[in-house]
Design a protein around this ligand. Structure first.
Ligand SMILES: [Zn+2]
Length: 239
């Protein structure tokens, strides 16, 4: 009998599938998909979800009926894509990748407005199924917002394996002083083939801070409300 964390297998399968999908789609920000990068991503995800232990001799089969896994699977999808982006962008001696972006924000001790990572989901408003292959643009003052580094895309897209989830990491903005309160407005624009385009405006308050050497960039994420798209020619019951 052995104790076994059920999440390990779920995460391993999901991360490998995502890497394979992203590679097959020639995703530009995917800098590497070697075994080490995959393992780093799996650790990133496993460190952020609660473990679920089972006794191995009782088998994995009955866990398939565990309906409580639906939410955790959605979380794994979101975290896995975040982890892949992070691993793709991080500085590694064996990988020929540009230095991590936080160095820029630590040097000079200047205050910046650091934005959370925005995440959201695009769904069909009639079936509530996630929409893959939608194009999502994050606008700021009518223009696509700058991303923190070249590994983030704007516009970005949704993938089948991420169940309609997308994320953005906006470039920090220089502030005049520390602890300055700012209010920032963004608009998410979504297009998908066969659907009426839609958009969603939101604003967030951010307090400027000086990134200390010992802290590193925070990766907290802000979950935006689910966005629904309606097939062209159907009535939108929400309007
Ligand atoms: Zn690698």
């Amino acid at each position: 009998m052995k104790i076994y964390n059920l999440m390990e297998e779920l995460v391993e399968n999901k991360v490998n599938k995502l890497y394979d999908d992203l590679k097959a789609a020639n995703t530009v920000w995917l800098t590497c998909d070697c075994e080490n990068c995959r393992l780093d991503t799996m650790a990133f995800v496993l460190n952020r979800i609660p473990p679920k232990y089972i006794i191995s001799s009782r088998g994995i089969t009955h866990t398939a009926a565990d309906t409580n896994l639906t939410q955790i699977k959605a979380d794994i999808d979101t975290l896995a894509i975040e982890g892949i982006r992070l691993v793709s962008s991080s500085k590694r001696p064996t990988h020929n990748v540009k230095s991590a972006p936080e160095a820029l924000y630590i040097s000079g001790s200047k205050p910046f407005f650091f934005f959370p990572t925005f995440t959201g989901t695009v769904m069909d408003g009639l079936t509530f199924e996630p929409i893959s292959d939608s194009k999502i643009t994050l606008l700021r003052d009518g223009k696509p917002a700058d991303m923190i580094d070249h590994t983030w895309l704007n516009p970005t897209q949704t993938f089948k394996s991420t169940k309609g989830t997308y994320s953005f990491c906006v470039k920090p903005e220089e502030a005049k002083e520390e602890k300055q309160d700012g209010h920032f407005q963004f608009t998410v624009q979504i297009e998908a083939e066969g659907y009426e385009p839609t958009s969603y405006a939101f604003s967030i308050p951010v307090t400027s801070e000086i990134l200390r050497q010992n802290r590193g960039l925070s990766l907290y994420s802000l979950k935006l409300q689910d966005l629904f798209m309606f097939p062209i020619g159907t009535e939108n019951p929400m309007e």
